[in-house]
Ligand binder design. Structure first.
Ligand code: CP
Ligand code: NVA
Length: 308
């Protein structure tokens, strides 16, 4: 079953093909991401369930619009309103949904929920973010980097901030797409070492550098994300802000990167915390291209899952 659960669980050739198809799908729309149906309707007659146990703007809207552009239909389900949120098992939910729909996208907390859904589903399951990873985001980010700067292979990507779920998917992608990755952040917020070691085992150069200025030196791409993720307790907010303040992406930090370095943030952002508005709205920022590219990347992912 071609589930899209994580970058490191997907064949590198398939990932490359998805990025290339996403680019073709984008080019075919000729700068009109919102325009009505695609010429090809590879999801005609297909129903996609989009389950959210956490808030979402981009994932929700881009999957919904993308499926519809390809002729599919969607239903957006809140986990809290389903029996899933009231004690029905994930396995039973997966078996039931598989009788009604052709594909399931789920945004949830525990990775185990996603994996159990996939194990018991007879239709493809897509990871729309868990506490541990966010693979669809990184597919959009690679598409974004490559459309601006060409192949990401061999480039230096620097992550400044919290070693969170989005970083984890970047680490998985470093191994799959062959770019170098430097993490800079405070030791208590280091990523899980398993992600770093796996990327290294896959041949990627992954470094941890506490000094953000040193880390960013020679970067082709600088990335950050919120300092407090949806699964982090709000009680940790002040501590995290204190730990991460020195890792803000601002003009002074970007000055250490290559002159043509890009800036990315998956959004939603807390402006002037993890990144200044000057950087977010500056000439090197591609944050809204990333957001648009969720649409194109996920259309390619959905087609791959359904073999259409
Ligand atoms: N980047 C991202 O996944 O955004 P949403 O939380 O709005 O879906
Ligand atoms: N790290 C963030 C990403 C949001 C898209 C979170 O998990 O809340």
């Amino acid at each position: 079953m071609p589930h899209f659960l994580d970058i490191n669980k997907t064949d590198p050739a398939a990932l490359r093909q998805m990025i290339d198809i996403a680019r073709q799908l984008k080019d075919a729309r000729d700068g009109q991401p919102k325009a009505a149906p695609d010429a090809e309707q590879p999801l005609a007659g297909r129903m996609v369930a989009l389950i959210f146990e956490k808030p979402s703007t981009r994932t929700r809207v881009s999957f919904d619009v993308g499926a519809r552009q390809m002729g599919g239909q969607t239903m957006v389900l809140s986990g809290a309103d389903m029996q899933l949120g009231h004690g029905e098992t994930i396995a039973d939910t997966a078996r039931v949904l598989s009788r009604y729909v052709d594909m399931i996208m789920i945004r949830t907390f525990e990775e185990a929920t996603l994996l159990e859904m996939a194990e018991h589903s007879s239709v493809p399951v897509i990871n729309g973010l868990t506490n541990r990873s966010h693979p669809c985001q990184i597919m959009a980010d690679i598409l974004t980097y490559e459309e601006h700067r060409g192949p990401i292979k061999g480039r230096k990507v620097v992550w400044s901030g919290d070693g969170n779920n989005v970083f984890a998917s970047f680490a998985q992608a470093a191994g799959r797409f062959g770019f170098d990755l430097t993490f800079t952040g405070p030791a208590p917020l280091d990523p899980e070492m398993a992600f770093v070691e796996e990327a290294r085992a896959a041949g990627a150069r992954v470094e941890i550098e506490r000094d953000p200025a040193k880390a960013v030196a020679g970067a082709d791409l600088v990335v950050t994300d919120t300092w407090v993720s949806m699964h982090d307790p709000q009680s940790a907010r002040e501590r995290r802000h204190n730990q991460l303040r020195g890792y803000q992406v601002n003009a002074a930090l970007m000055a250490h990167a290559k002159p043509d370095a890009l800036f990315m943030h998956c959004l939603p952002a807390h402006r002037d915390d993890e990144a200044t508005s000057e950087v977010m709205d500056g000439p090197r920022s591609v944050i809204f291209d990333e957001a648009e590219n969720r649409l194109h990347a996920q259309k390619a992912i959905m087609r791959w899952c359904l073999g259409t």
